[in-house]
Design a protein around this ligand. Structure first.
Ligand code: IPD
Length: 268
């Protein structure tokens, strides 16, 4: 078993505690009271409960750190260099439809850099974790991004825009350009897992527009520690604020990125 720091143990412990409730609620998904937060963006009681558990556990262990959370927004800590970026239930739509593909995502941002990330897929007990300089891991196993170098053999993940989001036309053009050249494109509905699976070498790459910081923050350190690259689709560094991301193995970061950018230029 790879050595986990005290920090990672805190994050893993919080994710496991929140996950116990999520799994129980998933079993009763039909009885959950659901409210509408915005177009196609459902929030369940399970989501809120998961977030309060994560917040309480992380606050207990590191009382001075701030928070950026999907449900409760931003809370300033007295220590302004450290903040947790949390998605208590990534894959909300899957969850509400009874699809067992969802995760809890916790990142620690220190001085604007993602230092550590934990993504937990509770249904099959897959604990992905990474810390800067300490590698990326799945349960006890070290992760590496895929070594595939040919587009024709590459499998990609993406997020399809939906009602209430932007870029429908551009996405269609980009997908059309990518799908004719690769082995397949998946849309599984949980961005944190898309990132974790790039780190695990299951996908060669992943891109999405209109994505939120909490969906991808933990995945950033996972992909990087596994030897991959994470940028905006255009190549910039501000993917957490610009709301678009390209994460891939080094070769596909170049090739997939170039197809996506070319399709965008053609659309302009
Ligand atoms: C969503 C998922 C999905 C992505 C959406 C996200 P949520 O997160 O990650 O894969 O395409 O853009 O909003 O709402 O389930 O936390």
């Amino acid at each position: 078993m790879a050595h986990r720091s005290a920090l990672i143990n805190v994050m893993v412990g919080a994710a496991q505690k929140a996950a116990r409730h999520l799994v129980r609620d998933f079993g009763e998904v039909e009885n959950l009271q659901v409210s509408r937060k915005g177009p196609a963006d459902f929030v369940s009681n399970a989501d809120r409960k998961s977030e309060s558990i994560l917040q309480a556990e992380l606050q207990k262990a590191r009382p001075t750190y701030g928070f950026m959370m999907e449900e409760n927004g931003t809370i300033e800590g007295t220590d302004t260099s450290n903040r947790w970026i949390i998605d208590p239930l990534d894959g909300t739509t899957n969850f509400l439809h009874g699809l067992p593909h969802f995760a809890i995502s916790i990142a620690l941002e220190r001085d604007r850099d993602i230092l550590a990330g934990v993504i937990y897929e509770p249904i099959n007990d897959q604990m992905f974790w990474a810390e800067k300089g300490q590698g990326a891991h799945l349960n006890g196993r070290r992760l590496r991004v895929s070594s595939r170098r040919d587009l024709a053999d590459s499998l990609f993940a993406t997020g399809i825009p939906f009602k209430g989001t932007e870029n429908h036309e551009l996405f269609t053009r980009q997908l059309s350009a990518v799908m004719g050249q690769c082995a397949g494109v998946r849309r599984c509905g949980a961005a944190a897992l898309d990132m974790a699976y790039v780190a695990a070498g299951r996908y060669e790459g992943y891109w999405e527009m209109g994505i939120n910081a909490w969906d991808i923050a933990a995945g950033v350190v996972l992909v990087r520690e596994a030897g991959g690259f994470v940028t905006e689709i255009g190549g910039g560094k501000n993917f957490l604020t610009k709301r678009n991301v390209l994460a891939a193995n080094p070769e596909m970061h170049v090739q997939l990125g170039s197809i996506l950018r070319k399709a965008k230029r053609a659309a302009e």
